[in-house]
Write a protein that binds this ligand. Structure first.
Ligand SMILES: NC(=O)CC[C@H](N)C(=O)O
Length: 396
């Protein structure tokens, strides 16, 4: 049974920088928030999406109409807090149910101080963003019974306009961990239910680490660390600005470059360190922002896309095998194919728009992927890239 949000939740507005305004209901924290409004087409995984550090300073619109159905829990998270700047949804079912649920989405958003709006025509909003490109927006939660005045609406449009563009923003170091730490597999069991057949690593059993991976945290998602650990890696996570020399002191067998928010280009510290580590011949694997940083470190350029890729059903072609994988995606920048140096080979391409999805160095054991092989949420088709990385490290 779906109850009306009216009378239960106070009113709220969403204003885009171009002056488009939507009315809805505040279902999260009081106050207001501004950021780049992007849409994600995944049908599930709202808690993983909210906690993905790559969404820092972005307000996420979920195109799937019912969000909150299965409540929230303490395990389906990619980081210890919500990183998205805000949430926009169509319908919040007032009854949530799941055997793992510990609370409701609305309570979680309020506790996490996340401003969120429901009752929005997310199809209309998504078509607007798709036609005109991602743009900044502002959500203002009003008091119960209050009306959105012209002053409030004008103020929200002005706040959206005043928010800096994502292009040129270095956010990786803002969300990165402050101290180096060893990944311990505390969430291991629930994250890896099932599997274990045909001599493959069993889920729910502790794997004795065979190799040491140093993972740069530019905003790393926990599921990536789980996937590395489940394949026999001892994982040391280091802050984004760790120098190549300090990483080498840790004697890594392999380097992992994580996903992360913002524009990859201003991350000069990461680009320089990556260049040095790759030149030293240490096997390296990058995902999403890590993919972009690996490309920049090799001499290619990146650009800001019109509205990016955010979803869990994007077809990507492996150029070596011809195999098409359905993948999870979340990026607003991409590597420019026209700028690839001779030693950087395209390995994967998006079948949505033809943009680059994967690269490999021809002269060093290094490769990267733009989408999310850890797929949280999403399909596991492209999970073989983790196996490829481990094989590359073991060959060394
Ligand atoms: N998920 C990510 O790592 C995103 C990378 C980068 N911030 C982009 O938007 O393209």
């Amino acid at each position: 049974m779906l109850l009306s949000l009216k009378g239960v939740f106070p009113p709220a507005i969403l204003a885009l920088a171009d002056g488009t305004v939507f009315l809805g209901h505040s279902i999260g924290a009081a106050g207001s928030t501004a950021g780049e409004v992007v849409f994600n087409t995944a049908m599930t995984g709202y808690q993983e999406i909210l906690t993905d550090p790559s969404y820092c300073q972005q307000i996420v619109t979920l195109t799937y109409p019912h969000i909150g159905n299965y409540g929230v829990n303490g395990e389906d998270i990619e980081a210890d807090k919500v990183h998205a700047a805000g949430l926009i949804i169509k319908d919040l079912p007032l009854l949530a149910s799941n055997f793992r649920m510990t609370g409701t989405l609305a309570d979680y958003l309020a506790r996490q101080n996340t401003v969120a709006i429901a009752g929005i025509d997310t199809r209309k909003l998504t078509r607007h963003l798709r036609t005109h490109g991602a743009q900044n927006g502002c959500i203002v939660a009003l008091a119960q019974g209050a009306q959105p005045t012209h002053g409030v609406i004008d103020g929200a449009i002005a706040a959206a306009k005043a928010t800096p563009s994502m292009a040129g923003l270095d956010l990786a170091r803002a969300v990165s961990v402050r101290q180096t730490y060893e990944w311990t597999q505390t969430e291991w069991r629930l994250a890896n239910l099932g599997g274990g057949a045909n001599g493959k690593p069993g889920y729910g059993v502790q794997i004795t680490p065979r190799l040491h991976v140093v993972a740069y945290d530019f905003g790393v998602k926990k599921n990536i660390l789980r996937m590395l650990a489940s394949r026999g890696a001892r994982v040391t996570v280091v802050p984004a600005q760790t120098s190549a020399a300090d990483v080498r002191k840790l004697q890594p067998d392999g380097i992992f470059l994580s996903n992360g928010p913002g524009d990859p280009e201003p991350c000069d510290y990461a680009i320089a360190a990556t260049r040095e580590l790759i030149d030293a011949g240490i096997p390296t694997f990058g995902i999403c922002l890590g993919h972009q940083i690996l490309a920049l470190a090799s001499g290619a350029s990146t650009f800001k896309m019109k509205f990016g890729h955010h979803g869990a059903n994007h077809p990507v072609k492996d150029l070596d095998t011809g195999r098409v994988s359905i993948t999870s995606q979340n990026h607003g920048f991409a590597v420019d194919e026209k700028t690839l140096p001779a030693n950087l080979r395209p390995t994967h391409v998006s079948l949505f728009d033809g943009t680059l999805q994967g690269l490999a160095r021809t002269d060093r054991p290094a490769f990267c992927f733009q989408g999310h092989p850890e797929a949280s949420p999403g399909p596991h088709d492209i999970g073989y890239l983790f196996d490829r990385f481990i094989a590359l490290v073991e060959k060394k």
